[in-house]
Design a protein around this ligand. Structure first.
Ligand SMILES: [Zn+2]
Length: 533
């Protein structure tokens, strides 16, 4: 991998980051960074904030260089609002740091911030994303940024001048530091006086409290966001940190930060590509039922880590894409399996191969894989039909694909099961009939009866290929055509009619899982019984 520059967007950024790091801080560990706010469930869309620097940092490590990926948890930010579904009495905590707000009722975690960090931390571990988490509460309240805070306050007129370029009206007495009230812990404070000589700072709070502190010793407050971000670029020596489109408009944190970081903090803005929005398809039902937003953990319930990684690796940050919770996931898995076959055959293009390798493992090694990867759509059909019954599932998977034990098909099997349980709409679930539809059977004409008898007689070749040939072959045979006859419009119509009849008899609907898979799942004896032969 060492010299494989220019194969994909990740290696191009890695090249750029490495040479920039050599220029800025030769011999030092390269720093990539992300930031997340645990103000609520972390939306799956925000995973790109972490995946983009992860892939670049991982490529740098693959080349044998030291690289750290910092994940700043903005847990010292204020609690802004009580989300739907949480006791409205939580509004007494609005304005406190997220680490000072109690976790939602029933949570095992000590604070609001910890409660929402935990599932994201677990998802990142499952994805093989190696980060060094930094709690901004710990940083600020331990005084780690004291020098930087004093510097920002000393140079507040310059910061104000930068900000004022983007403001329509002037702000009086701009102050870049916001104290949290010592009495009520909220940030409903106003700085009323500041002495540059002594660093004495007076503030009042809406709760009625007020005091004078020495900023040089104060560690209950934080820099405002547009100053905090460039401060951290300088403090941590960040070389690479991407951000979302919303940070790149005039006057936004990225633009303003770029003008503040050198002047005020003596640092440099990182290389920071803007990443496009990641959408979610098929989540409407779930979000309304759970009163929740889709998270990385939700995605990992229905797809394996390498597949989720692949979505990010194969698209440049500027390209938007969607993560499918609907039927699209089956097509995604088909594509993924096709790529796997291409890679195994040595036929993948360099960029495809790079994305594949980034998906299946990291510099630390391969991620867990499914030993016997039966197609996802087949697994979904099988668990749909068997309603997750293990012995039945194993019998079908053995017949279908030679699976000897269910563990061979895991974890993909479990992901497909979860998808069927949580995301396959009830009206698309398959229910194999318990008893024959006698009324329908009695209404059939001779030709239809003959077709069903031919099917029942042909069930001996109990393989996917055999059953496929059988269901397509019966209408040919009835039309007096040879088995290898080309499809004509008449033949296609006859096949469609035959398939619809089979679906009706087997599952009571006009459509269903692919017929050979369905026949295999239902079993020969039950098929014979349901088609009345
Ligand atoms: Zn107060």
């Amino acid at each position: 991998m060492a010299d494989s520059a220019e194969t994909d967007w990740v290696s191009r950024f890695a090249d750029e980051v490495i040479s920039e790091a050599e220029r800025r801080a030769p011999g030092r560990t390269i720093v990539c960074a992300s930031g997340l706010s645990p103000s609520g469930p972390i939306h799956l869309g925000n995973l790109r904030e972490v995946m983009t620097p992860h892939l670049v940092a991982d490529e740098i490590r693959r080349r044998g260089l030291e690289c750290v990926h910092l994940l700043s948890w903005d847990d010292y930010d204020r609690f802004r609002r009580v989300p739907a579904g949480v006791d409205p009495s939580w509004d007494e905590h609005i304005g406190k740091p997220l680490t000072s707000v109690p976790a939602p009722p029933g949570s095992p975690y000590a604070s609001w911030a910890e409660h929402f960090k935990a599932p994201m931390t677990a998802a990142l571990a499952e994805l093989g994303v190696e980060v060094r988490g930094i709690s901004q509460t710990e940083q600020y309240s331990s005084g780690a940024y004291r020098e930087q805070i004093l510097r920002a306050v000393r140079k507040r007129a310059r910061i104000d001048a930068v900000l004022s370029r983007y403001r329509s009206k002037q702000v009086e007495d701009y102050f870049p530091y916001k104290p949290y009230c010592d009495l009520c812990e909220r940030d409903l404070t106003t700085v009323t006086a500041y002495d540059d000589e002594t660093t004495e700072l007076a503030y009042t709070c809406e709760c009625g409290f007020g005091e004078t502190v020495r900023l040089a010793e104060h560690d209950r407050g934080k820099l405002v966001w547009k100053v905090d971000w460039p401060m951290r670029w300088a403090y941590e020596g960040v070389i690479f940190e991407p951000s979302g489109v919303d940070h790149h408009s005039p006057g936004s944190a990225w633009i303003v930060g770029g003008q503040i970081v050198g002047d005020v903090f003596g640092g440099q803005q990182p290389i920071g590509p803007m990443y496009a929005f990641v959408g979610i398809s098929g989540m409407a039902k779930m979000s309304s039922s759970k009163g929740d937003v889709p998270t990385a953990a939700d995605a990992l319930e229905i797809m394996e880590a390498p597949v989720l990684r692949w979505l990010y690796a194969r698209r440049k940050p500027a390209q938007s894409f969607k993560i499918a919770f609907d039927q699209e996931i089956q097509r995604l898995y088909d594509e993924w399996d096709a790529l796997g076959r291409k890679v195994a055959a040595g036929q993948a293009q360099p960029a495809e191969l790079a994305a594949y390798n980034r998906a299946v493992g990291t510099a630390a090694g391969p991620l867990p894989a499914t030993p016997h990867p039966v197609p996802y759509r087949t697994l979904a059909s099988v668990v749909d039909i068997t309603t997750g019954h293990d012995a039945q599932t194993l019998r079908i998977l053995r017949d279908l694909d030679g699976v000897e034990a269910l563990d061979e098909a895991r974890p993909r099997l479990d992901r497909a099961q979860r998808w069927v349980d949580d995301h396959l709409p009830a009206d698309q679930r398959t229910r194999v009939r318990e008893s024959p539809d006698q009324e329908l059977l009695d209404s059939l004409d001779n030709e239809e009866r003959e077709g069903l008898r031919l099917l029942a007689d042909g069930l001996d070749d109990w393989t996917l290929e055999g059953l496929t040939a059988l269901v397509y072959g019966v209408p040919k045979l009835q039309a007096g055509l040879p088995a290898d006859a080309k499809a004509t419009p008449e033949l296609k119509a006859a096949q469609r009619a035959f398939f619809a009849l089979l679906y009706k008899l087997l599952v009571g609907r006009d459509t269903g899982p692919r017929l050979p898979t369905l026949l295999m799942a239902v079993g020969a004896d039950r098929v014979r019984k349901l088609v009345g032969a």
